[in-house]
Design a protein around this ligand. Structure first.
Ligand SMILES: Nc1ncnc2c1ncn2[C@@H]1O[C@H](COP(=O)(O)OP(=O)(O)OP(=O)(O)O)[C@@H](O)[C@H]1O
Ligand SMILES: [Mg+2]
Length: 246
């Protein structure tokens, strides 16, 4: 999906993040085209989360630029980045535990839609993610994987142009992972997505384009088959986590 005809939605140029002497992200040049679903993988400490946090505004890069459409994101707050049409699901859940799932989703939709639109979007999200059965449950009482699905619904309720997900399948049952994979496959093409993920089984299910990070740099990009077949990738990553169950 990296055809030159498709317009770039997000581009980083020489993006760098240092922590003292550690160069966690090292001059990364990355391009996401509109409608693309991309997974970021790599061994522990490769720089995936740091790169992700630079995109979401959780970290201010040491150097380099991040262009989204024609706007510079580097150095902006997470709040400002969300307002530009980027939906962010960080690893730390962001739910109102005392409220039912439905209200959580409606509140999220309400931030940039009318009351009536928010109700419609909420129904749409409950349907899309197949969580209508959770609508009236207090999210504080839900299992971890169910909470993850409600949070995904909240992110999507903002109707973002680009969705950034950090390990969305973490803590999910096989059934929930399957549901999440189906949702992501369904979204791809309409919405652009970047997914940081450890679980290779899950990545196979969403059959995405992959960027492999290694030591803060982009080591390789390709589709699932290319990445899996690459002997050096197997050495640096798959060798240690043969089934990706990290
Ligand atoms: N806040 C921080 N302060 C200092 N060093 C950090 C900080 N955050 C990350 N690092 C270092 O930056 C490097 C990249 O870490 P990062 O968390 O981005 O890796 P990762 O690819 O997400 O790994 P994992 O798969 O374990 O989540 C590591 O050497 C890590 O120790
Ligand atoms: Mg990480």
């Amino acid at each position: 999906m990296t055809t030159s005809a498709a317009p770039a939605l997000l581009t980083t140029a020489d993006l760098t993040m240092r922590f003292g002497g550690v160069v966690a992200v090292d001059q990364v040049n990355f391009t996401l085209t509109s409608g693309e679903l991309r997974c970021l993988i790599g061994p522990n400490g490769a720089g995936k989360s740091t790169f992700f946090k630079c995109l979401t505004g959780q970290l201010k890069p040491t150097a380099g630029t991040i262009q989204f459409n024609d706007q510079e994101l580097s150095g902006q707050t997470t709040h400002a980045i969300v307002r530009k049409g980027i939906g962010i699901k960080t690893q730390v859940p962001n739910l109102f535990d005392g409220l039912p799932a439905r209200e959580n989703i409606a509140l999220s939709a309400r931030q940039n839609h009318s009351q009536q639109q928010s109700e419609e979007i909420t129904d749409e999200m409950l349907e899309l993610i197949s969580i209508a059965g959770l609508a009236h449950r207090e999210v504080g009482n839900l299992a971890h994987g169910e909470r993850q699905l409600v949070e995904l619904a909240m992110v999507l309720a903002g109707k973002p142009q680009l969705v950034l997900l950090d390990e969305p399948a973490a803590g999910m049952t096989a059934e929930e992972r399957g549901r999440l994979a189906a949702v992501l496959r369904d979204l791809a093409g309409r919405t652009s997505l970047i997914v940081v993920e450890h679980d290779m089984q899950f990545i196979r299910e969403i059959a995405t384009e992959i960027t492999v990070f290694h030591r803060g740099r982009v080591f390789l990009e390709g589709d699932v088959a290319e990445i899996m077949a690459h002997s050096e990738v197997q050495e640096i990553y798959l060798g240690k986590e043969a089934n990706g169950a990290a």
